[in-house]
Design a protein around this ligand. Structure first.
Ligand code: ATP
Length: 234
């Protein structure tokens, strides 16, 4: 049984249908990259998976249970950790407070604690007493990743976690994601950097016009320029 099994999912914003049939599976310990041109429905897929937007039809099964009508909070408790697009840190909470509020044993166990996050991101430790609004974009991104990890999820979902960051910070984040993936956590990652994706993902799913239109090995996708042309326009 797959950890996540999404079948023929449709959804959108109120009456506006954006997803017209997304199929997606994630196996235990697998990293799946979700790619596609801008505005094709990747973030909408993530928001529907995590309960922020309602599914119009189709099904989402996580760890054997249908979560298509479950609240975001409950989905998080069931073991889905989200690093949302735009990070969504609370400007008036400190680094430590963010992590403390989120920290718990979860369906993924109890490995991730504040201290483990601080080991992975020493810069966050240095700034543990600082309010989030004083952090750089990269530091906020690391905080958003740490906040998802300390819930000890079974599935970590990252929506554009390296967007708009300086190259060195990106590299730092990719290295951390690589080690998280190697440790066996299941991950869905939305990003534009195909090379970096190929290093951590086993599989790629392409979303186009609200549908999953291609699926295959991440390595094969990264090496095939005709696929990039066809699906990403690059
Ligand atoms: P990007 O890489 O630009 O983030 P994406 O693949 O994640 O792209 P989505 O953000 O899921 O794309 O957007 C899919 C479609 O949904 C787009 O046509 C977008 O205009 C539309 N959309 C996004 N947010 C809303 C909203 N709040 N209300 C109505 N339509 C929306």
């Amino acid at each position: 049984m797959s950890l996540l099994h999404v079948s023929d999912l449709t959804g959108g914003y109120g009456p506006i249908k954006v997803l017209h049939g997304v199929d997606l599976t994630v196996e235990e310990g697998e990293v799946v990259a979700l790619v596609g041109r801008n505005g094709m429905g990747k973030t909408t897929t993530i928001k529907t998976l995590t309960g922020e937007l309602p599914a119009m039809s189709g099904d989402i099964r996580f760890d054997g249970t249908s979560i298509a009508t479950v609240s975001p909070n409950q989905i998080s408790r069931m073991g889905v950790g989200l690093v949302p697009e735009g990070r969504r840190c609370f400007s008036n909470l400190s680094v430590e407070e963010h992590l403390k509020l989120a920290e718990r044993s979860g369906p993924g166990g109890h490995y991730w604690t504040r201290e483990r996050v601080f080991e992975m991101f020493p810069r966050l430790k240095e700034r543990r007493a600082n309010l989030a609004f004083t952090l750089s974009g990269g530091e906020q991104q690391k905080l958003a990743i740490g906040r998802a990890l300390v819930t000890n999820p079974k599935l970590l979902i990252l929506d554009e976690a390296t967007e708009g960051l300086a190259p060195l910070v990106r590299k730092d984040i990719w290295l951390c994601l690589e080690s998280i993936a190697k440790a066996g956590l299941s991950v869905i990652v939305v990003d534009k950097n195909l090379k970096a994706l190929a290093r951590i993902a086993q599989r790629v799913v392409v979303i186009s016009k609200g549908r999953s239109v291609w699926e295959g090995a991440a390595q094969a996708f990264a090496e095939d320029e005709s696929l990039h042309q066809q699906h990403l326009g690059v």
